[in-house]
Design a protein around this ligand. Structure first.
Ligand SMILES: Nc1nc2c(c(=O)[nH]1)N[C@H]1C(S)=C(S)[C@@H](COP(=O)(O)O)O[C@H]1N2
Ligand SMILES: [Mo]
Length: 372
């Protein structure tokens, strides 16, 4: 109180307090190529449901391209009556929507085989973020080009060196797909696809093609590398399931959680996140004794479809060992499975779509580890 603080607009674009420097994205695993890599959101350090833009998880297959919005174009062609090329100015003239949705990589939670006791929520679930996305409904652009009756799939292509390409069912394109240019009130970050990305609410992250440059209407899936060799689910019988689009209901306790240390017995709030690619979260149950008994958590408003939902439960830690778990149910009635039930069906060949319940072990003394 005895001295003046820092002046305004210093820096002109605000940054977090220097005391929050531990709250950062962290690279996941050891990448053979730093440009074909990913970094996780520090879920354990966040509050509410929104991910700050600088902490949004990243997954790039060939680095982050630097794209001048004035030079960028979006081509829509194929089975279209009027193939069109849009500039960014064209895109920004259309009526816009803003919607809050999660984005999750289908490779999130790599716990079929490789789980480590030291893992934190950032390690287990960090390929997950949630923003308010603003853009033009894809349906608006489709109406503009005139979709021919035989068109049933849309190829989306990115302008990065990976030329990321995925086939999108036309129903999704008409339903809630957004051609997005902003996140949390500002234009997209370069890492999230500046100046333009596709955003498919509830679908696996890979299909929300960043740096979007081309949409092609076709009458069958395009069978790109990312939907044949990659992003398929290898089943126990050696066959691969293709086109697992929707991210099924999932939840995780973010505090108290792996990597943290409880200091004092007594009151602790258990809190975490639940989400479903099929709609709203209906309930979350929390167990502190490895599933022997359950208590319904409070869902914090707003509870939005295909969006992170924050849950909370008051809890008294007696200082002894505990096993913390959460289990969510979405509005379709789907119940998040225990690990054993998921592996019974899926086996351990898989790398994608692991949505089983997460267990954190609290040791006497309060150290918390990931149960593997
Ligand atoms: N053009 C392009 N789009 C892409 C990718 C990419 O490497 N290139 N990665 C995909 C994957 S695997 C995911 S999980 C999401 C990640 O989006 P984010 O980096 O904004 O979190 O983008 C998808 N879209
Ligand atoms: Mo991904």
């Amino acid at each position: 109180m005895r001295e003046q603080g820092a002046p305004v607009a210093n820096p002109p674009y605000g940054v977090p307090s220097p005391f929050e420097q531990h709250v950062v994205r962290r690279p996941r695993g050891i990448a053979r190529f730093p440009t074909a890599s990913s970094s996780g959101t520090p879920l354990q350090d966040l509050h509410g449901i929104i991910t700050p833009n600088g902490l949004h998880y990243e997954r790039h297959h060939a680095g982050v391209p630097k794209i001048d919005p004035d030079a960028h174009r979006l081509l829509i062609h194929g089975l279209a009556d009027r193939p069109l090329i849009f500039t960014m100015d064209d895109i920004l003239r259309f009526p816009s929507v803003s919607r809050i949705h999660f984005l999750e990589c289908s490779g999130n939670t790599p716990e079929f085989r490789d789980a480590k006791p030291s893992w934190t929520p950032q390690d287990t679930h960090g390929l997950l973020s949630c923003c308010e996305w603003t853009g033009v409904p894809l349906s608006t652009l489709l109406a503009e080009v005139g979709v021919q009756p035989s068109a049933s799939w849309v190829l989306a292509e990115g302008a990065d060196a990976a030329a990321m390409t995925r086939s999108i069912p036309i129903d999704k394109a008409w339903d809630d797909a957004i051609v997005a240019y902003a996140q949390n009130g500002e234009r997209l970050r370069p890492e999230q696809g500046y100046p333009l990305r596709l955003f498919l609410p509830g679908f696996e992250g890979n299909m929300s093609v960043k740096w979007l440059r081309r949409l092609k209407l076709g009458d069958q899936p395009f069978q790109t590398r990312e939907e044949t060799s990659k992003y398929t689910d290898l089943m126990p019988d050696g066959k691969a399931r293709q086109f697992t689009f929707v991210m099924e209901a999932k939840s995780v306790i973010t505090r108290p959680a792996g990597g943290q240390q409880l200091r004092d017995p007594g009151f602790h709030e258990i809190t975490g996140l639940a989400w479903s690619g099929r709609g709203r979260i209906r309930r979350v149950d929390v167990s502190a004794d490895g599933g022997a008994s359950w208590n319904a958590a409070t869902l914090q408003e707003p509870v939005l479809p295909k969006c992170l939902t924050r849950f909370r439960l008051p809890w008294t830690w007696d200082g002894g060992p505990a096993l913390l778990q959460s289990r969510t149910v979405d509005e379709t009635g789907y119940v998040q499975p225990p690990r054993e039930a998921l592996i019974d069906v899926r086996g351990v060949n898989s790398g994608y779509h692991f949505n089983a319940m997460q267990t954190w072990r609290i040791a006497p003394g309060g150290a918390i580890t990931n149960v593997v």
